[in-house]
Design a protein around this ligand. Structure first.
Ligand code: ADP
Ligand code: MG
Ligand code: MG
Length: 886
């Protein structure tokens, strides 16, 4: 029989697919014997069924009633029982944590009658009405669809009428009035009454949480985090415990280690006399967890012990939500905590030092994306002057942008290409689009666990929160500093998320310590050592070699310092640019072989020097040099410009510059409708006499020169855009003649393997034939992606990629991370058939995907020998190649 509901005592974290992360971990904590209010979980399967059909699946509500009865008999009272009501929360929770993205309704079971019962049994009338107004507000907005801002207006009006600075200054009678105002509002807006039946409240709240899976915020978050649309959310129903029962009660959130730096030691925020949501919402300022030790030492000690238990059990840093009800501690949530990149490296390394995990497990817990983030520069604080304001360092990094005060403005300006900093008192999930668009987020309220902080950390976005010295006026679009300076919308500010500071203007930047280490090998402790250890382990275990794409000696040298084991792609086209452009023009315009040879000879000398420099920088390591790839007309002047020059001269009745006229002729002749699929790559080599031969000769002579200088040059010659074995054979035969001739004349043996790029579907499909002529393959996954999908990157990214991501055609752009299903399949075929024909075939990949973490894992699994990527991605690829072996 299908079942949809599980008690906390039945589940565990291994059931997270079914129970969602929150539910599964509540069950896990229950099993560990931690104090968790009893409850049960409606599974994600029920949610999926509901979303598919629009109705709760058969039998679900019977199961809910049965499990509710168990919670009721445990508590000794019924849901909403008028004289002593049991209240429950109805909580969302998907497989992957989506903090604040879906809905939760607290205090279900209160109505006009049971609120009085609750007041009586608790002996606290204010608390009862406060809980009731929370229920009506949350139910009204989440379940009945009334705009949340309307409730705020009712609240603000009442506070103003009473002269109350915050909600703590409203008494029971005020709150009762508020409940009435809220109920009227609901009726006015929806034509419906707030349901008095506890059972109906529960039923509708469950379905509303299901529906919240498809809310706008949740969808946006999933797209960003690559969480599949199909999973659905589970719903947890749990007995309420009350943090808002007075000063001996409260709620908090805590981390077992500092989520920003990874330093050991409890870390968190506590809010006395509050329900859990107040902590995250930042409506009042929290106190640090250390303060709880003073307020309630017994609960603090228990909390401390439970957190140790959790960290040992999960073998990782955990975050938790807890509530203290009149001196009794309750655990309300835990999960392996989100953390910054810095904290990820530090925690992995410390947990391994503590022998809680192995070094290999530590490696699995850091990421190339995180490493890339740590390589970014920081502000040079010796040159910034004093900060305009201090706040909490919630998410590290340095960002500069124009201050904006609402999400829509942030989105608008970012779309226009501006860098912006979103400044708010606090953020809510509605600010998500603005946070995505902004370089940084700055808030005047809330702690390290506020919405702004948690979401920004998840995105790797710079965030400073709780900058209390600032008065943010969103209506007037400005903020005022303690010193009285007023900063208006559009003013450039700098936000330092590592130090928790904000500066006026654009602050100067300095390199990161991690970057310095990568450049120099210098070890300075902390995160630098953690990164160095992780990279060393990755180098020890990885099978994939890592090369760099580098076209200049300077890039080659940097790549080598970053640990590159060679160059996987040296493009030769930039060697045809700049002053040499005129040489290319002359070559194209040359009327006879003699003229062309003269130009090629000039190019030969220049190219040889280029190659000598690169081979020197990479001495002893392989350097794969790709013969000219782009269409020749890319090196000619712009057609429109030329036509204009010639046209203007003619219109004036003058004789156009003969060279212009000649060039225009050539440009017109060579114009292509679709250059990506035109005369380029090997096709050029086969139709422009002498072009490839001269490049090969430059390579060979550079090898000779380096050998004579005592070096150990290892050049490889790579032919682009081959689709058929004959193309490669023709180029290869010519190349080998050139190599032999250079060896003969110089008396120095020149061995340069000749291989090809695999970047056309036909090449992949005929790889067995091509391997007969190729000593190595290198997948050009950019072109292979373009030609497999039949779209050109330059034309489609702006045109429809965001629509495709929206509609779920792509989970990620196939240019960022390899399309395993299609392009990946071609890679698999080419590897298999290439190696079958030539067992010692060396196979690599050059192209952006070589530095993309997900793609690196794929290339490892596909059996490639190396990946090649831009110099700055080399450390990332090393780390991921190591992680891929795990
Ligand atoms: P989110 O996923 O947005 O954090 P939660 O389901 O965790 O939503 O709930 C929101 C807040 O309500 C949290 O602070 C949580 O601790 C609190 N809360 C949830 N259930 C209960 C309960 N049964 N008793 C007391 N507080 C609760
Ligand atoms: Mg929560
Ligand atoms: Mg290509």
């Amino acid at each position: 029989m299908v079942r949809y509901v599980y008690d906390f005592t039945e589940g565990g974290r291994d059931l997270a697919d079914l129970l969602g992360g929150k539910g599964a971990n509540l069950a896990e904590m229950t099993r560990l014997g931690l104090p968790v209010p009893p409850g049960f979980i409606v599974s994600t399967a029920a949610c999926r069924a509901f979303l598919a059909t629009g109705a709760a699946p058969e039998g679900m509500s019977r199961e809910v009633s049965r499990h509710l009865s168990a919670v009721e008999s445990d508590a000794g009272r019924r849901l909403g029982q008028p004289d002593d009501p049991l209240l429950v929360s109805v909580r969302s929770g998907a497989r992957f944590s989506m903090p604040g993205m879906m809905e939760t309704v607290l205090d279900i079971g209160l109505n006009d009658a049971s609120v009085r019962g609750l007041a009586k049994v608790s002996g606290n009338e204010r608390f009862a009405w406060d809980s009731y107004r929370r229920l009506v507000q949350m139910f009204g907005s989440t379940v009945m669809g009334v705009d949340g801002a309307l409730f705020d207006q009712v609240m603000t009006r009442l506070k103003e009428a009473r002269g109350a600075p915050d909600d703590l200054h409203l008494d029971a009678a005020d709150l009762a009035e508020l409940v009435e105002g809220y109920q009227q509002l609901i009726h006015e807006v929806t034509g419906e009454y707030f349901p008095q039946s506890p059972a109906e409240q529960l039923r509708r709240a469950i379905l509303a949480v299901f529906r919240s899976w498809n809310g706008g915020r949740a969808r946006l978050y999933r797209r960003r985090e690559h969480i599949p649309e199909s999973l659905g959310t589970a719903v947890t129903v749990q007995r309420m415990v009350y943090g808002n029962l007075g000063r001996d009660s409260g709620s908090g959130v805590a981390f077992t280690r500092d989520p920003a730096t990874g330093r050991p030691g409890l870390y968190g925020d506590y809010l006395p006399d509050a329900q859990g949501e107040d902590v995250v919402a930042g409506i009042r300022n929290t106190v640090p967890l250390a303060e709880l030790e003073r307020l309630d030492p017994r609960s603090y000690r228990q909390l401390h012990d439970h957190m140790r238990t959790l960290e040992r059990h999960y073998r990782d840093m955990c975050d938790i939500e807890f509530t203290i009800e009149r001196g009794t501690l309750w655990m309300l949530q835990t999960r392996v905590g989100k953390r910054t990149a810095e904290a990820a490296f530090v925690i992995a390394s410390e947990l391994a030092d503590e022998r809680l995990i192995t070094r290999e497990e530590g490696l699995a817990r850091v990421s190339g994306d995180g490493l890339a983030r740590l390589m970014f520069p920081r502000f040079d604080t010796s040159a910034t002057g004093d900060p305009l304001a201090h706040g909490i360092a919630a998410s590290p990094g340095a960002a500069v942008g124009a201050a904006v005060f609402d999400s829509a403005e942030a989105v608008r300006r970012a779309a226009a290409g501006d860098r912006v900093v979103l400044v708010r008192q606090e953020t809510t999930p509605d600010d998500l689009p603005g946070m995505v668009a902004a370089q940084a987020v700055l808030t005047s309220r809330g702690g390290k666990t506020s919405h702004a902080a948690v979401v920004a950390r998840g995105m790797g976005k710079v965030c400073v929160c709780g900058a209390e010295e600032l008065t943010v006026d969103t209506a007037a679009k400005c903020f005022t500093t303690k010193g009285g300076a007023v900063v208006e919308e559009g003013t450039v500010i700098s936000v330092d998320g590592s130090a928790g500071a904000m500066y006026a203007g654009a602050a100067p930047l300095v390199d990161s310590a991690v970057m310095r280490h990568l450049e120099t090998g210098e070890r300075t402790g902390g995160v630098v050592d953690a990164v160095a250890d992780a990279l060393r382990l990755a180098d020890d275990v990885r099978r994939l070699e890592v090369r760099a794409n580098a076209d200049t000696p300077a890039d080659a040298a940097r790549a080598r310092r970053f640990g590159a084991q060679g160059i996987g792609l040296c493009r030769t086209e930039h060697m045809f640019l700049g002053e040499r452009r005129t040489l290319v023009e002359e070559m194209i315009l040359a009327r006879d072989a003699a003229g062309r040879d003269r130009v090629l000879d000039a190019l030969l000398h220049l190219q040889r020097q280029d190659f000598v420099g690169i081979l020197a920088a990479m001495d002893g390591l392989p350097v794969t040099i790709r013969l000219l790839d782009p269409p020749l007309h890319e090196f000619l002047p712009d057609r429109t410009e030329l036509a204009l020059r010639v046209g203007v001269a003619e219109a004036r009745g003058e004789q156009p510059d003969p060279r212009d006229a000649e060039l225009l002729d050539a440009v017109r002749r060579m114009h292509e409708e679709n250059p990506m699929l035109g005369l380029r790559g090997v096709r050029l080599g086969l139709v422009v006499p002498g072009l490839f031969a001269v490049q090969v000769r430059a390579v060979a002579e550079a090898v000779v020169e380096r050998t004579r200088a005592g070096g150990s040059p290892k050049a490889e010659i790579m032919v682009p855009l081959v689709g058929d074995v004959t193309e490669l054979r023709l180029v290869r035969e010519e190349a080998e003649q050139v190599l032999a001739r250079v060896a003969d004349t110089s008396g120095i043996p020149v061995h340069c393997p000749v291989g090809t790029m695999i970047e056309l579907p036909r090449a992949a499909l005929t790889a067995g034939r091509i391997a007969e002529e190729a000593e190595f393959f290198s997948f050009g996954t950019n072109d292979l992606t373009q030609t497999t999908w039949g779209f050109s990157r330059d034309d489609v990214e702006a045109a429809f990629f965001s629509a495709y991501l929206d509609k779920g055609v792509f989970a990620a752009s196939p240019f960022e991370t390899i399309d395993r299903e299609g392009v990946g399949r071609l890679v698999g075929i080419a590897v298999r058939e290439g190696r079958a024909a030539r067992p010692d075939l060396k196979i690599g990949v050059c192209g952006e995907h070589g530095g993309d973490p997900g793609s690196v894992h794929f290339f490892h699994a596909a059996g490639l020998d190396y990946v090649s990527c831009s110099p700055f991605r080399v450390p990332v690829a090393r780390l991921e190649a190591g992680r891929a072996t795990g």
